[in-house]
Design a protein around this ligand. Sequence first.
Ligand SMILES: [Ca+2]
Length: 419
Amino acid sequence: MFNVLGYRNSWQRWLLGLMIVVFFVGCNTLPTWGEKAPSSDSASFPVSKTSETPGARAKAAGKIDVNFTVPNEWMPKPVANPQAEAADQAGMKRYVETIPGTGVVFEMVPVPGGIYKMGSPPQEKGRKDDEGPQHEVQIDPFWMEAHEVTWQEYELWAMGLDQLRRKHGTEEIPSAQDQMADALARPSKPYSDMTFGMGKKNFPAICMTQFAAKIYCKWLSAKTGRYYRLPTEAEWEYACRAGSSSAYCCGDDPQRLGDYAWYGESDDGDDEGNSDEQYQQVAKKKPNAWGLYDMHGNVSEWCLDQYQPDAYRKGSGRRAQNPLIPSTKPYPHVVRGGSWLEPPEACRSAARRGSTKDWKSQDPQIPQSIWYLTDADFVGFRVVRPLKTPTAKEAARYDLTPLEKEEFQTYQKSRAGKQ
Ligand SMILES: [Ca+2]
């Protein structure tokens, strides 16, 4: 990056790196970038240290603003990936993202903007009250990860493997993107094997809290310079349906689900399921019409929304545009798609589920970990990237809530033995 900008001398590179860090520390609307480097066990959380405005700090530091362009002024410079660039929806392509410095790749699939009916009709088999009434939703275009986040992807951040690779590899000098990524918090080490013996390579990562999934997205954004986040519940269902209005992306008949999904035994016992009572490697079944794998089943997937069973009934009756139910409390948050553990009905496009506190009931810590769900071996996630990168102010809608930041601070203090 620095050479591209013409900063070839070491002191110039150092100064530019310092200025970038200073800029992000001062950015009140994005307080999670630019904190001091974390320890390997747990990291300090970025908090602005002065009341100066970002503009004032940037000015004091020099002409930092020349390195950032609107509307991406708050994001790191993207690492080169021509396939990932698009000026409009027509230009959106499927692309492969290589997590810089690692060789680990994942694939992103374009999801066109559009309008659909969210929820299920009263006659749908297996339908629950929280899925109605159906209502129109308008969704802006985005890319979605073709598959659930795998252990290879997740552990680069969660276990600090990206830092280890850099330490023992040929590229020891962290890039500007690395420095921002390194400044984000990482989980403490897990107490036990979080795969539960179900396999690791190309299997979906599981047992993370929604908080952990959100920080992973921030880390990924810093690493790549492209804005990644969790999907909203409305985006998730839209992508799962891929233009369909039936119970599943392949129609209403659960008999066809086996071609597209890994799922568990049906409630009536007539269908014993196909998952062999464990999660399976990602992208082994057929994708839906938009090229997305395992939206039904395998592992349930985190969404950003607070789960409200009566949310649809509270709707205004007007078409909702990019709806999101903001998070105000730790539970319940939305997971979607059902899992290897659940019957076909729970894997329907409209099926909703909220997280519960007993998903970490075996966690012996006080307070319990903010990173792991010891009892949620059926929960994972995948990332999305909106076509239009939001401004820092717009992105605050999808960012950590004040409550989450407070919980993090409390947890950090308890870990440090200060409480
Ligand atoms: Ca899934």
